[in-house]
Design a protein around this ligand. Structure first.
Ligand code: KIV
Length: 272
């Protein structure tokens, strides 16, 4: 008798749209390596973002600017090898798409070909529409990112809430509509007032995923290491710690160090 494993139904961009249409919220979380991505996928997250926040979380940089396209591809390919169900979206890093639409297309093709990711994400509105259309024409799904866009941190000068003023709010709504018209399958809205995010989610038809954008959107995204309480210095109001792994990890490692020093590890059962 052969035992057939039930095939896993993979999440697609079309399914995300159907989820918005029927009012089912979308869960999205970052991952940057094989082991964590396996756990995130097994936990039922719909979308895994290989975010350029890897620059902060994995490499210890202050901003997302230093991470390179090669490094993003390295992280993304490890994540793709682990994932069976979630849609894997990969950030196009700073400096590899802003030049022109050919550069944007080249970088996106490298990400798709070399990592096996399912879609790319890029920051910006009207100013990158030509690049978005060019990438889409190659059959690569694009997720947009508006509001606080960390790749522009030196233009903003601060990580504070964006689009509190009328003019910036109107521009954000206009940009969201442009991204939808270009063919983006979804948009991330980062750190903007909840009422503005609600307006965007109502006025555009594609799924809107929020981070620090309140509950009236189609889904939520967080950085995995923030949610798990591994990175503890970063404490924005929107962040909820679902665990405090910093203490779990340091206590476990502290115990290991103690056992090594006291010659209590390894014991008789742990040797050959
Ligand atoms: O890089 C990242 O992790 C992101 C999320 C904060 C949305 O872009």
């Amino acid at each position: 008798m052969s035992v057939h494993k039930k095939p896993i139904k993979k999440i697609t961009t079309h399914q995300l749209q159907e989820m918005k249409n029927r009012g089912e919220k979308i869960s999205m979380l970052t991952a940057y390596d094989f082991s964590m991505a396996k756990l995130v996928d097994a936990s039922g997250v719909d979308v895994i973002l290989v975010g350029d926040s890897a620059s902060n979380v994995m490499a210890g940089h202050e901003t997302t600017l230093p991470i390179t396209l090669d490094q993003m591809i390295y992280h993304a390919s490890a994540v793709v090898r682990a994932v069976e169900r979630a849609l894997v979206v990969v950030d196009i890093p700073f400096g590899s798409y802003q030049g022109n639409s050919s550069e944007a297309l080249r970088s996106s093709i490298r990400i798709m070909k070399e990592s096996g990711g399912h879609a790319v994400k890029m920051e910006g509105g009207a100013e990158i529409q030509e690049s978005i259309k060019r990438i889409l024409s190659a059959g690569i799904p694009v997720m947009g990112h508006l509001g606080l866009t960390p790749q522009s941190i030196y233009k903003f000068g601060t990580y504070t809430v964006r689009a509190k003023e009328e003019a910036e709010a109107e521009k954000l709504i206009e940009d969201a509509k442009i991204l939808e018209e270009c063919g983006c399958f979804s948009i991330v809205l980062e750190k903007i007032p909840a009422d503005l995010a609600k307006r965007v989610a109502e006025e555009v038809n594609i799924p809107i995923i929020g981070i620090g954008a309140g509950p009236y959107v189609d889904g939520q995204v967080l950085v995995l290491h923030d949610l798990l309480g591994i990175t503890t210095e970063f404490k924005p109001r929107f962040l909820r710690h679902y665990a405090r792994l910093d203490t779990v990890i340091t206590e476990a490692i502290g115990k290991y160090v103690e056992d090594v020093k006291n010659i209590e590890f390894p014991n008789e059962d742990e040797m050959y």
